[in-house]
Design a protein around this ligand. Structure first.
Ligand SMILES: Nc1ncnc2c1ncn2[C@@H]1O[C@H](COP(=O)(O)OP(=O)(O)OP(=O)(O)O)[C@@H](O)[C@H]1O
Ligand SMILES: [Mg+2]
Length: 320
């Protein structure tokens, strides 16, 4: 299968006064066409910054460096801002973690969604309206014809999140980046949205990056899994390898602290704190302070990437 996205040696840093925050620290990964990649990891591990970096949506205090960010044969790092804007929303859509800030309060919901189709010349106004109403229905909004003409303030928080999902899906993107897309939704609606994403993935060969705190959702949706810790990818594997042969002590701890993979469960926390990314010890392994299997060299030397199978890679001294 061909890769739709190939990210090599991505680093994203933020500079604040005299401190440097290494939010994403030299990560590489690929996504195959038509497949789902789930990214898990505790708060602050760099999941959102990774995908914002791919879309080049990082504030000016941030700096992105990468060997390449190749999307369907084009290096996104080399595109102009104008070319990038065309790719965003046309070929790559993102459902943001904080969707409330992305709706315009002064424009009716229906128009905001159908604009995606009109702007990218994917439909005429009549078609755009019909498809928007259909999409509102598909994301579970009752009375979509009436809802089409309402403003964001007339929608509940969960409904606004569904509007954002509709907006991200209506243009039939090649790649969907969904950052905690269903967090504020109840379990029934969550299941409906995930089924809709799955359906579009299968029908349109859409690729998906799913960022979630819920291991059950992550594994249910995924073909491949990435586990992030302190800005690094500590383990990447196929879903089967992740569930049957999780190897990094952090992944093992995460799975161990979540005895039942349940749709309602957020990622459980494990004892201890992640390192402060400002003072991160670049010499050793970032997980060393919380690791139950730590060895002497772990605090001195950065663990190498170890290939456990062609599709399974970890960063840990235990496997060298
Ligand atoms: N604009 C910014 N300026 C400075 N630091 C930032 C900025 N955005 C993110 N960071 C820092 O980068 C690190 C990674 O943040 P990121 O938002 O990617 O975490 P995350 O894994 O998505 O967490 P969560 O699960 O809470 O969404 C954090 O330490 C965060 O404080
Ligand atoms: Mg995030």
């Amino acid at each position: 299968m061909t890769n739709i996205l190939d990210v090599q040696a991505l680093k994203t840093e933020f500079r604040r006064k005299n401190t440097l925050i290494r939010a994403v620290n030299n990560i590489s990964f690929t996504i195959k066409k038509g497949s789902v990649l789930s990214i898990v990891g505790e708060s602050g591990s760099g999941k959102s910054v990774t995908m914002h970096s791919v879309l080049r949506l990082i504030p000016s205090t941030g700096k992105i460096v990468a060997e390449k960010i190749n999307f369907m044969g084009r290096d996104l790092m080399r595109l102009t801002e104008k070319e990038m804007r065309k790719i965003r929303g046309d070929q790559i859509s993102m459902i943001f973690q904080d969707p409330m800030s992305s709706l315009n309060p002064t424009i009716k919901i229906g128009r905001q969604i159908s604009e995606v189709l009109l702007w990218h010349h994917k439909a005429n106004p009549k078609e755009a309206k019909e498809r928007t109403i259909r999409m509102l229905h598909e994301v579970g909004i009752a009375s979509p014809i009436e809802r089409y003409n309402q403003y964001p303030f007339e929608f509940s928080g969960g409904m606004r999140q569904r509007v954002m999902i509709a907006m991200a899906l209506i243009g039939e993107p090649r790649l969907l980046i969904a950052d905690e897309p269903t967090t504020s939704l109840d379990v029934t609606v969550q299941a409906q949205i995930l089924a809709l994403i799955k359906k579009m993935q299968e029908q349109n060969k859409m690729s998906v990056v799913l960022i979630t705190h819920n291991l059950a959702v992550a594994t249910m949706m995924a073909d491949e899994m990435i586990v992030m810790y302190a800005g690094q990818i500590v383990e990447q594997a196929t879903k089967a390898e992740f569930l049957n042969r999780a190897s990094h002590p952090y992944t093992v701890a995460l799975l161990g602290s979540t005895p039942k993979l349940n749709m309602k469960e957020r990622l459980q926390s494990i004892p201890g704190q992640p390192p402060d990314l400002k003072n991160i010890n670049l010499e050793g392994c970032p997980f060393v302070d919380r690791c139950s299997a730590k060895m002497e060299r772990c605090s001195r030397e950065e663990p190498p990437a170890v290939q456990l199978s062609p599709t399974h890679r970890i960063r840990c001294w235990l496997y060298t």
